[in-house]
Design a protein around this ligand. Structure first.
Ligand code: PLP
Length: 396
């Protein structure tokens, strides 16, 4: 019965939403859910944000699409704003995270190609990574469950244990083009890469002439309490893929690079029909209006602290349910002692939406705009789910 006309690729929850307000979603039956999943870190400014709605409405009345055959003023503007606020000098807009990663990988390979080293195409990646579902990005992620049955794995990715600098160093050969890492693993279970590790990888790349590539598709755009997560470490990349939060719910992504790293990306070597489309660009600019506004990121940090303190006391109170809290800012994970799917389900029964992740973690990725009341309400629901689960665990 379920979704019979659709590919059966998603194990969907039996919930359909009609509209949303801030951190709340309302089902077609009128039931209210507190949304601490935010479309997997996509709805960075919650649902129905007036500034975003207005930006999209205004653009929809003007122009939807012209193609990259012409100048797209809103694209130019968003590119400049990203450049002004990051390590980057250049931006390529995409429609998704995986496409942003594809562009990042191609940019790194092409860099070495134009430098006279076509043999340098391999990229070192880390266990537990998630970089998307295209053929190249499942190879980069290296997870057997995503590779199985899809033919030969795309050549050129060498995976080493999570955040292991020595292993990364050993994996470098004269065919290596770069190192690709999520500063905070999302799908892998909210695992934060230590600042020292990112610094050491930066150094390794400098020593070997490699490009350091960050995947900030999930952890970027204010989520960690900095505009981008790498800012916590001070180790800037050469190339970075972003998506999810930058569109606030409108599908878009981007690949950012330094001038040097983008050397090989000359006219005609890469392209996209929809990437940088005026509708997406209008929304992306509107998201930045809010996220880059004075005090917004400070508020993310303040709220994250409030939330984390509340979570810490729940974790202490229910040691049979939770093992620890992970993450930084509003990309948090509860590592569970019981199967995370059951914990995620118990939250949903409390009408709280969360996302399971790897390493038996439940991810908490609320909109960055959530209120203190939303946090308090979320904690009440998490506690009450934990209480039920703990009762079950101790056999009461
Ligand atoms: C979601 C995600 C991707 C893939 O993004 P899509 O838009 O689904 O293609 C890549 N990397 C990370 C870290 C992600 O969280």
């Amino acid at each position: 019965m379920s979704g019979s006309a659709l590919f059966e690729t998603f194990a969907r929850a039996p919930l359909a939403f009609d509209h949303g307000e801030g951190a709340w979603l309302v089902t077609t039956d009128g039931e209210r859910y507190l949304d601490f999943a935010a479309g997997i870190a996509v709805n960075s400014l919650g649902h129905g944000h007036p500034h975003l709605v207005e930006a999209l409405r205004e653009q929809a009345g003007k122009l939807w699409h012209t193609s990259n055959l012409y100048e797209v003023p809103e694209q130019r503007r968003l590119g400049e704003r990203l450049v002004d606020n990051t390590f980057a000098d250049k931006v390529f807009f995409t429609n998704s995270g995986a496409e942003a990663l594809e562009c990042a990988i191609k940019t790194a390979r092409r860099y070495h190609f134009v430098k006279g080293h076509p043999e340098r195409f391999r990229i070192v990646t880390f266990e537990g990574a998630f970089h998307g579902r295209t053929l190249a990005t499942i190879a980069a992620g290296g997870q057997p469950k995503y590779l199985e049955g899809f033919g030969p794995k795309v050549e050129g990715f060498d995976q080493v244990p999570f955040a292991d600098v020595d292993a990364a160093k050993k994996a470098i050969t004269n065919e290596t083009a770069g190192i690709l890492i999520e500063p905070v693993q999302g799908e892998g279970g909210i695992r934060t890469v230590p600042a020292e590790t990112l610094k050491a990888l930066r150094k390794l790349c400098d020593e070997h002439g490699l490009l350091l590539i960050y995947d900030e598709v999930q952890c970027g755009v204010g989520r960690t309490g900095k505009f981008f997560a790498y800012e916590w470490s001070g180790a800037a990349p050469d190339i970075m893929a972003i998506a999810k939060g930058i569109g606030g719910g409108f599908p878009m992504g981007a690949c950012l690079a330094t001038d040097e790293a983008a050397t090989g990306m000359t006219p005609g070597v890469h392209g996209t029909t929809f990437g940088g489309n005026p509708l997406a660009m209008a929304v992306g600019n509107a998201v930045l209006d809010v996220v880059l506004d004075d005090g917004f990121i400070d508020e993310v940090n303040r709220k994250a602290l409030l939330f984390k303190q509340g979570l810490a006391s729940i974790v202490d109170e229910f040691p049979t349910v939770f093992e620890e809290i992970r993450g930084i800012g509003l990309i948090l994970g509860l590592k569970c002692r019981m199967p995370n799917a059951g914990v995620n389900m118990a939250f949903r029964e409390e009408k709280l939406l969360t996302v399971p992740g790897g390493d038996n973690v439940v991810r908490l990725l609320p909109p960055l705009t959530l209120t203190d009341d939303d946090i308090r309400e979320g904690l009440v629901r998490i506690r009450s789910a934990a209480e039920r689960l703990a009762g079950g665990a101790s056999g009461h």
